[in-house]
Design a protein around this ligand. Structure first.
Ligand code: MLT
Length: 407
């Protein structure tokens, strides 16, 4: 008899964004003439930068000729891309990361979900609350938790991110081996200071723990005092893995390209307590279970680092940040306390009422889709997240409709 992995039965029936998509589809079916503006899932709406498109086309043409055709590529990514990432995203900021410490992938969702395979099943895990659901659900699937009661899985340590701590969680006060951090944060849009990140790095050293640092939104940072990478903090190479993505910055949500940084000296431990480097384990995992990102997509991603690519990506990010500014200003003027939107494409809004009720009200009265904060965890109850990823016209129209709905 083939039995299932019963850990799957502990999961909520569907993934948050699938659940929202279903509710919106039901609403559209019931109100076929109502126009809907989507500011829910963080999916970009602007086309790929022209520099990327040119490189993409060129690489597709290479695939059309025997002489330049490429078959399987290196599982960890082509050197031409890894070298550009190391130089452009790290060395240019004085951060010591080399090309062979970069693993190109098809998304940070996959990498943040897959990385937990490297760790013991009895590893004690801490996640922020509210949290990007992938960190939690993948640990549930792996069997690191008990059941979900009152929106929390037993066996997980939840680090509360609230207005009181500026949405940057305090260090754990119980024993923890692995901590997920995300800055600029999804969903709250909050950022962490150099001092706060340094405290996490020192804590990880002291407790022989590991930080999984999701920096998918780093390109939205405008405040020069805020670190873009955990490796800007001294000592972080030994205790942190970092995740980055081209999705939100260069518009690759459909094209798929991201990368994970595993420094050569980043360690976990054997059951006997000896240091074990993670780089060879992740390489082994990726070369066994992953066949790399397609050649044209990697060429398109490499074009992000050309002067034209950089200017075009800045243009995209500036456009989304201006949307974020408009959303935040409008929601503040309507009397709501807001976080994020200044160094992040997400605005986290305290609605002072049930998140899902506010979501339903916005959908029904304004035809605007947001993300209910409660979907990100217990501390998200009462909040909604509005995403800046849409056209200027749609964002302006959505904010008009929200004001009218709340009038
Ligand atoms: C979000 O809306 O939180 C993101 O789009 C989810 C993701 O990147 O997978």
């Amino acid at each position: 008899m083939i039995t299932i992995n019963t850990n799957y039965t502990k999961l909520k029936a569907s993934y948050l964004f699938s659940d929202i998509a279903r509710r919106v589809a039901d609403f559209t079916k019931a109100h076929p003439h109502k126009s809907i503006i989507r500011l829910g899932i963080g999916d970009v709406t602007r086309a790929l930068p022209d520099a990327c498109i040119q490189a993409f086309h060129g690489a597709v043409d290479e695939m059309a000729r025997d002489a330049t055709f490429r078959g399987y590529g290196p599982e960890q990514g082509y050197d031409f891309l890894r070298e550009k990432i190391a130089a452009g995203d790290f060395q240019s900021r004085g951060v010591d990361i080399a090309a062979d410490e970069i693993f190109v992938s098809d998304g940070s969702k996959c990498d943040t979900g897959n990385i937990q395979e490297l760790f013991a099943l009895d590893a004690a895990i801490a996640v922020p609350d509210p949290v990007y659901p992938v960190y939690v659900d993948t640990n549930v699937m792996a069997g690191r938790t008990g059941v979900n009661e009152n929106d929390r899985y037993s066996g997980l340590c939840y680090l509360e991110s609230t207005e009181q701590n500026g949405f940057v969680p305090d260090l754990p006060c119980e024993p923890v081996d692995l901590v997920y951090l995300c800055f600029p944060n999804n969903p709250t849009g909050a950022t962490a200071t150099r001092e706060q990140l340094a405290a996490w790095v020192a804590w990880a050293h002291e407790h022989r723990a590991l930080l999984l640092f999701d920096a998918a939104y780093e390109r939205f940072i405008r405040d020069p005092a805020i670190p873009h990478s955990i490796y800007e903090i001294e000592g972080a190479r030994e205790v942190a893995v970092e995740f980055r993505s081209f999705s939100k910055t260069a518009g690759f949500t459909g094209a798929r390209c991201a990368f994970t940084v595993v420094p050569r000296n980043c360690r976990a431990f054997t059951p006997g307590g000896a240091a074990q480097m993670l780089h060879p384990l992740w390489l082994r995992r990726q070369s066994t279970k992953f066949n790399g990102v397609s050649y044209p997509v990697q060429r398109a991603a490499a074009a992000v680092y050309s002067p034209q690519g950089q200017a075009q990506v800045d243009g995209l990010v500036d456009g989304y940040l201006e949307n974020a500014r408009i959303i935040r200003e409008k929601m503040c003027n309507l009397g709501f306390a807001c976080t994020g939107g200044d160094n992040s494409p997400y605005i986290w809004i305290n609605t002072r009422q049930d998140s899902w009720a506010f979501f339903d009200m916005l959908l029904d009265k304004a035809g605007v889709v947001c993300t209910p904060g409660a979907g990100f965890g217990r501390c998200g109850q009462g909040y909604i997240r509005i995403s800046a990823f849409n056209s200027r016209d749609n964002v302006e129209q959505a904010m008009e409709r929200i004001s009218d709905a709340l009038a």
